[in-house]
Design a protein around this ligand. Structure first.
Ligand code: SF4
Ligand code: SF4
Ligand code: SF4
Length: 272
């Protein structure tokens, strides 16, 4: 049972959120939504603990496509960062605000960038591309994310000032934003030979994710007394995390997406 502990804890956390929101808002949507996500994450983590190779991809597809297709395209909720700004400034506790609060602002204190490894619908597609580990050294252009963050905020403020910020326009923005993200993400991955280039340099959400995940309870730990410095974990990491160093401030520490590839590659089980 010990190896399924993380799966059970994660499921319990999401179920607690689902029930609390259901009882406090009276909306059945929150119960079903967070129960579905918690179940999927729990099953995925359990399958991963049991050794199934595609457990992470299974979760990523189940959660990512649910959010993109059902919540985004069918229910017309803007779950992108622009939707978060829109609902926040409108003073509405919509799905967008809750989603950001749980998955991207406060949740990372518990589960780091688990969102990026197991739920993001942009990465769900980018991870299918051929460059699962970067072919070239990391570039020093991470500042672009701050520009994107500022632009997303400015765009929503402008729409609000013009009186054009409404649910219909936010839906169009959601569709257009996703098309742009997919095109830019795919082109960048192919040019830089790195599936996760978009995550490393462009994605504005990392402005929230990175500082919060620094303090994450859930993180890959290295027993340095066991490590034989073979470097196999570093070779497979898609995010170039210096995972064979146990310090919180290891290189690219806040980039870890908890994909577990390093753990599987370690010949002496030094990573937990
Ligand atoms: S960095 Fe952005 S695009 Fe990449 S997985 Fe995380 S949220 Fe998705
Ligand atoms: S390979 Fe390890 S260190 Fe790298 S992102 Fe995945 S879990 Fe994190
Ligand atoms: S794969 Fe394991 S033993 Fe090798 S460097 Fe990484 S943590 Fe150390």
């Amino acid at each position: 049972m010990k190896k399924y502990k993380s799966a059970i804890i994660l499921f319990a956390v999401f179920e607690a959120i689902a029930v609390s929101l259901w009882l406090s808002t009276g909306s059945l949507f929150y119960l079903l939504n967070f129960s579905y996500i918690g179940c999927t994450l729990g099953i995925g983590l359990a399958l991963s603990a049991a050794g199934w190779k595609y457990a992470r991809e299974f979760v990523q597809f189940c959660v990512g496509s649910y959010m993109l297709v059902f919540l985004g395209l069918i229910c017309k909720e803007n779950m992108q960062i622009e939707g978060f700004w829109y609902y926040l400034f409108s003073g509405v506790l919509g799905a967008g605000v809750l989603h950001y609060a749980i998955a991207k602002i406060f949740g990372p204190l518990l589960f780091g960038r688990g969102w990026c490894g197991y739920a993001c619908w942009t990465a769900m597609i980018l991870d299918l591309l051929p460059y699962k580990k970067p072919a070239n050294p990391r570039k020093n252009i991470g500042w672009i994310r701050y520009v994107m963050f500022g632009l997303s905020l400015a765009m929503v403020v402008l729409l609000m000032c013009l009186g054009k910020a409404n649910k219909t326009n936010m839906f169009y923005l959601f569709v257009a934003g996703n098309v742009v993200y997919y095109v830019v993400g795919i082109v960048l991955a192919l040019v830089l030979k790195d599936n996760r280039a978009f995550c490393k340099y462009i994605c504005p959400i990392t402005v929230f994710l990175k500082p919060m995940s620094y303090y994450s309870v859930l993180r890959v730990k290295c027993d340095e007394s066991k490590c034989i410095q073979c470097g196999k974990c570093l070779e497979v990491c898609p995010m170039e995390v210096e995972v064979n160093n146990n310090a919180r401030n290891r290189k690219n520490a806040t980039e870890c997406i908890l994909c577990q590839k390093c753990k599987k590659a370690c010949p002496v089980k030094a990573l937990k």
